[in-house]
Design a protein around this ligand. Structure first.
Ligand SMILES: *Cc1c(COP(=O)(O)O)cnc(C)c1O
Length: 399
């Protein structure tokens, strides 16, 4: 008899987006003439930029010719992409070795798979509200999870508590869902806490390309000491519209160590290489060519135009909320705007209120954790005209 992994019984139903879809569908069925504007999506909407498409086509052409055909790629990615990524980090002052970069099919896979190399008896710390992947993948493998509160008092930027011991710490900055960012000083506190506890920070930098303030770190490795206690996950999904193309990368410093039960240090990078080479066969050549094109000067120029388009939406949403006196975080170094539901409404109450009155769809904050109760997420990934209409309708409704 095949037995199940009973940890799966501890997972909560992931009903957030299903419930959103259900309520929208019901409303549409009853009001077929009303145009719904979706500001809840966590997916990009602009197409890939031209240099990326050209590079992908060229890569595909090479695979069709005997002399340039390629079979299995290297597990950790091609050297040309490692170099492009390392040079990119250098452009904002962070030195990483090309041998510390692992290319993958996206950050979600790596964030989820990294748990393979950690013991079950580690205590996991996540900030709440949280990107659900950190929680669910640790529940599946049976680890204990503790929560650090991100709330209105701390600007949705949870800080370490010296009295609480954690071994694996998930941080996400710029944050999904709250749009908040950690300052250099705040990240330094986390790094110091991790070093003190011999813990590992699992830093999700999926939105680093949205950071416009040069004082805000784009990488955990901009912080002194981080090379001894942190792994960084990044992705081209939000940076360059690769949500459907699939490419990300994980950086594990050579110095980073975890411990066996006798307290002997073991290289985390070696464990990860062992894991990847057993369960993963690399990213396709045309996709890695496309990814490398993102980091060329022309690629950077083109993707920055797309990011500027989204950030124009973010700015408009932020200005509208400010005008209406609605509290929010995000919208500056992040495509997410996290707002406090007005008039003491609950997250779902506000969801229904917007849907019924102005046909604008967002995401109820309580779906991301207990501190999301009474909060609501809007995203800047919609199209500009729709965002303008949505904000006009919101102003009329709330004034
Ligand atoms: C979108 C997102 C990712 C990226 O995932 P991919 O698998 O690379 O598409 C990672 N982390 C967070 C918090 C995200 O919102």
């Amino acid at each position: 008899m095949a037995k199940m992994n009973e940890n799966f019984l501890n997972l909560k139903e992931s009903y957030l987006f299903a419930e959103v879809a259900k309520r929208v569908k019901e409303f549409s069925a009853q009001n077929p003439d009303k145009k719904i504007i979706r500001l809840g999506i966590g997916d990009v909407t602009l197409p890939l930029v031209p240099v990326v498409v050209d590079a992908m086509k060229k890569g595909a052409d090479e695979l069709g010719v005997k002399e340039t055909f390629k079979g299995y790629p290297e597990y950790e990615g091609y050297a040309f992409l490692h170099k492009a990524i390392a040079d990119y980090y250098k452009s904002f002052g962070v030195e990483i070795g090309t041998d510390e970069i692992f290319v993958s099919d996206g950050a979600k896979s790596d964030v989820g798979n990294i748990v393979d190399v950690f013991g079950i008896d580690n205590t996991v710390l996540v900030t709440d509200p949280v990107y659900p992947v950190y929680v669910d993948t640790n529940i599946m493998s049976g680890r204990k999870i503790i929560y650090a509160d991100s709330n209105e008092e701390n600007g949705f930027a949870a800080m370490p508590d010296k009295n609480i011991k954690a071994d694996m710490i998930y941080l996400c900055s710029p944050n999904n869902p709250t749009g908040s960012v950690y300052t250099k000083q705040q990240l330094k506190e986390w790094v110091d806490y991790a070093l003190e506890n011999k813990a590992v920070i699992l830093f999700d930098a999926a939105y680093e390309a949205y950071v416009s303030d040069s004082e805000i770190p784009r990488s955990i490795f901009a912080i002194e000491g981080a090379r001894k206690c942190a792994v960084e996950f990044c992705s081209l999904s939000k940076t360059a519209g690769f949500t459907g193309t699939r490419c990300g990368y994980t950086i594990i410093p050579n110095e980073l160590e975890v411990y066996d039960s006798n307290g002997n240090p073991v290289s985390l990078k070696k464990l990860w290489y062992r894991r990847q080479s057993s369960k993963f066969n690399g990213v396709s050549y045309p996709v890695q060519c496309a990814a490398a094109a993102v980091f060329t000067p022309q690629g950077q120029e083109q993707i920055k135009q797309n990011i500027a388009y989204y950030m124009k939406n973010a700015k408009l949403i932020a200005e509208t909320l400010t005008e209406l006196g609605i509290k929010f975080t995000g919208g500056i170094n992040s495509p997410y705007i996290w707002l406090k539901c007005p008039n003491g409404m609950g997250s779902w109450e506000f969801f229904d209120y917007l849907l019924k009155n102005i046909q604008v769809v967002g995401t109820p904050g309580e779906g991301f954790g207990k501190n999301g109760k009474g909060w609501f997420r809007l995203t800047a990934f919609g199209d500009y005209e729709n965002t303008v209409t949505a904000m006009k309708r919101l102003k009329e409704l709330m004034k």
